[in-house]
Design a protein around this ligand. Sequence first.
Ligand SMILES: [Zn+2]
Length: 186
Amino acid sequence: MVKFRNLLFLILVGTTTVFANNELKIVDRSVHFGMRPETGRTIEAIIIHSVFNKSAGDKYSVKQILKQFRQYHVSSHYLISRNGKIFRLVKERDVSFQAGKSCLPDGQTSVNQCSIGIELVTTDDISDKPTDKQIKSLTSLVKNIQHRYTIKYILRHSDIAPERKTDPWNMDWEEFQKKLSDETRN
Ligand SMILES: [Zn+2]
């Protein structure tokens, strides 16, 4: 019985690779916290965040970060690990609790309702920054999302909640925007 349970557990938590297109490889790590199932929402913003493990051990541990998310009842649609691997935590059609009290440039305050959140695993230490692999994956993912929805805003968490938030930390935003506007494929 114990063995059977273990097997069942493995099946339930096992990861599936989702191919958003021929080039973008996404690993399914669906969570059931920090989110709300939805149908037919309009997606018009992408919010970029950063996060790290604040408990003991590896600051970049995806497993620990997910534990942290569960503890605070938050999540994001995607999380990009240090080696550029993209994990999908919440389906795009569903709402993830990532933006908090925030406001888009047009005055909309229901940001979670209309956005997709992406987390980069990196610390707020000045000597740290997102890796090249992370930026490459982020650029591909954002371009892919832009192909599928009419995206009005691509913003940092600090852009929509400047009094509360400083993430994404140590990210070269101008360079990222340049990469996004580059029409050539990555
Ligand atoms: Zn954030």
